[in-house]
Design a protein around this ligand. Structure first.
Ligand code: IVH
Length: 674
């Protein structure tokens, strides 16, 4: 064996070992060690080498099998027909090549008809029905032998124990995906963290973990759902001619199928479907990681057959990965306006969920300890939808010999004041208050922000300079600034300086809601600010109220009530409000004057609005007494829909809810859209 041959053999062995190890973590332990995208890369690398050197393929290669060995604890079930996997496409060209391959095999130039189905990210299952009765449910296992999970499957309400109707085959094996909806995943993880348990990395692991319970009561408590996507072994009656009709039959017999499935034509039709569903991916109530395209006609499917582990007649067009692996380079502690120290992970930039991510919040020391993360670690980053990127796991196999512990600083990294963590709180805080320039900068940024005093043109960089040059030492100083002061700042021409002073001047006239929000009372967001201004109607009556009255208000809990009460009990805060008023700030209670029209109405917003963010639109609506809800129901008064509106728009149309565009919504509020 020459040197390059032995290098190749060593590489093959290493790839096989790595993939086998990851398979075991994924399928047997329900605890994936690396992201799927990384797994796919290793798998493709192995496949490529084996394609070039077929003599090197061994029967134990991960390319020669479908999954991992089933877990010993459950009874094993041999599938009557193997449960296979899908080959992947990552771009439109792969889809065009897929269709061309099929046309070549079928010796036809006609475009093929495909069924498009969202690729649910859960756990593949087989349900075996005899004379309409559910006999057992099994996982995929290694594709040949799975685990008997009948006791758990029976707890899932979308799985019929008895089929509906009469025309089902006497033996019917249904295949599909068991998954956990996004909202159930979020609440399960919130609960796990509260109880000090390890949260699941993603909804798929949560579904897998919930199914692999020996105690079916645990499974029953986990809000799992099932969606059927094909059949396996059948006996006893003729089947329809097409996959689409088969899915419709499954639905008639009482099985859940996906509402988004559609028939599309040719590679072009596939690409269009992919584009349109990828825009709505975040609006779906469940996770999908791509679209599956299947040749619709069963006769053609049979003609096309299978190749090693997957059918030739189907392909999974994958979305960009939402989880990726990268290196934690360092951790900085940022100081917020209340002094909270937030550890921020600085990462080797990585493309995940459609954007390049180089920072991620680590929240607090509890989170760091829970993850067991050290500087230099390889970590899994997850960015799903618009959610801020998160470190979900440390890849412990890839840990360096000398991991660097992340230590909470004893002193504030900005002002050097002692850092304290109060008993029972996860958050560490700088005790410097207004001595700390970071706290000062952050509180001014909050005060000037859109939802607060909305000082146009007063951006973060400007605020940093104003504080550093000691032109502003508290929020009231903003109203004492003169054009000449601003000349000291970098990149501040006289026109910009004039504009900024004008903007500060016009921000003086504000609403009570915005003013309350701008005070930065702990945990008081815009919704609570709106509620308080509606209830109290003036800053005097709010500041004179007692804890009991605050607590009696709907949506205000004891902690928030206490925060509000303590804020107004502190003399320096009352002095600050007086000072602001003496500098000319006025807050008319907009809610009082113009609320009548929108009072009691509920709005839902969806899609991208042409000239403002959804938050800005919400602020206008709240100012006029409207309520905002996250989901459309029969109680919704109006849906405000922008571009790429998805399922909410559909639902509103179905329920007959009135739909407005941005212009119409502004007209309703008598706001000019100029
Ligand atoms: S068809 C023979 N359709 O994706 C083809 N699979 O590797 C079998 N999946 O874990 C799969 N949604 O459970 C098919 N609409 C869908 C699917 C789907 C999710 C999963 C499947 C398996 C993986 C395929």
């Amino acid at each position: 064996m020459n040197e390059s041959q032995s290098e190749l053999t060593a590489l093959l062995l290493s790839l096989k070992n790595q993939l086998n190890q990851h398979n075991y973590s994924y399928y047997v332990l329900d605890d994936p060690s690396i992201p799927d995208a990384e797994y796919d890369r290793l798998f493709c690398q192995l496949q490529e080498i084996e394609k070039t050197y077929p003599d090197l393929i061994t029967s134990d290669s991960p390319t020669q099998r479908v999954g991992a060995a089933p877990l010993g604890k459950f009874k094993q079930i041999k599938h009557k027909l193997p449960m296979l996997s899908l080959s992947n496409a990552f771009n439109d060209e792969d889809i065009t090549n897929f269709e061309v391959r099929l046309q070549d095999r079928l010796q036809s130039i006609d475009h093929l008809e495909f069924v498009a189905e969202p690729k649910l990210d859960g756990v593949a299952v087989s349900l075996f029905y005899k004379n309409g009765q559910l006999l057992y449910g099994a996982t995929r296992g290694d594709g040949e032998v799975g685990e008997d999970i009948t006791h758990n499957v029976r707890t899932i309400k979308s799985i019929p124990l008895i089929l509906i109707g009469k025309d089902y085959p006497s033996i019917l094996e249904v295949r599909g995906e068991i998954f956990m909806p996004k909202s159930s995943f979020e609440s399960l993880n919130t609960k796990a963290i509260e109880l000090g348990d390890k949260p699941f990395v993603n909804p798929r692991n949560a579904a897998a973990g919930s199914l692999r319970q020996l105690d079916s009561k645990v499974t029953a408590s986990r809000s799992l759902r099932m969606c059927a996507y094909s059949i396996g072994f059948t006996e006893g009656s003729a089947l329809p001619d097409t996959h689409y009709e088969m899915l419709c039959k499954l639905s008639e017999w009482g099985l859940a199928t996906n509402k988004e499935m559609a028939i599309v034509n040719g590679a072009n039709g596939c690409s269009q479907y992919y584009q349109s569903l990828s825009m709505r991916r975040d609006d779906l109530s469940y996770e999908i990681d791509g679209i599956v395209f299947k040749v619709n006609n069963f006769k053609l499917q049979n003609e096309l057959g299978f190749v090693s582990r997957s059918p030739r007649w189907a392909i999974a067009y994958k979305f960009p990965a939402q989880e990726e692996i990268t290196t934690l380079l360092s951790v900085d502690f940022q100081v917020g306006r209340t002094g909270a120290l937030t550890p921020v992970a600085r990462l080797e930039p990585v493309f995940v969920g459609g954007v390049t991510v180089s920072n991620a919040t680590l929240h607090n020391m509890d989170e760091i300890n829970r993850l067991g993360v050290c500087v230099g670690d390889q970590v899994i980053i997850r960015r799903a939808g618009d959610v801020i990127p998160k470190i979900v796991k440390v890849v412990s196999e890839k840990r360096t010999l000398n991991p660097e512990q992340i230590i909470l600083p004893k002193e504030c990294p900005i002002c050097g004041s002692p850092v304290e963590t109060l008993e029972g709180e996860a958050v560490a805080r700088c005790t410097g208050n207004l001595v700390c320039s970071a706290q000062l900068k952050e509180s001014i940024k909050h005060f000037a922000s859109r939802k607060a005093m909305d000082i146009d043109g007063l951006g973060h960089k400007l605020i940093d300079q104003l504080v550093e040059k000691e032109l502003v030492q508290n929020v009231a100083d903003l109203f004492r600034l003169k054009v000449n002061d601003l000349a000291l700042l970098e990149r501040m021409a006289s026109k910009s300086a004039n504009n900024l002073i004008k903007a500060i001047e016009s921000a003086k006239e504000t609403s009570l809601t915005k003013f309350i929000f701008s005070l930065g009372i702990r945990e008081v967001g815009e919704t609570t600010a709106a509620l308080l201004s509606k209830k109290f109607e003036s800053i005097e009556s709010l500041s004179n109220t007692d804890v009991q009255t605050l607590e009696s208000l709907q949506d205000i809990g004891p902690i928030m009530a206490n925060n509000i009460f303590c804020f107004f009990s502190a003399t320096e805060n009352i002095e600050k409000i007086k000072e602001l008023v003496s500098l000319g700030i006025t807050f008319q209670n907009v809610e009082q004057g113009t609320s009548a029209e929108l009072d009691g109405l509920t709005f839902v917003l969806t899609g991208t609005l042409p000239s403002m963010s959804r938050d800005e639109m919400k602020a206008h609506l709240r100012d006029q007494g409207a309520k905002i809800s996250g989901s459309v129901s029969k109680n919704t008064s109006y849906l405000i829909a922008g571009e790429s509106a998805g399922s909410k728009l559909k639902k509103a149309v179905n329920l007959g809810v009135k739909i407005l565009n941005e212009e119409e919504a502004l007209a309703l509020m008598h706001i000019s859209s100029e």
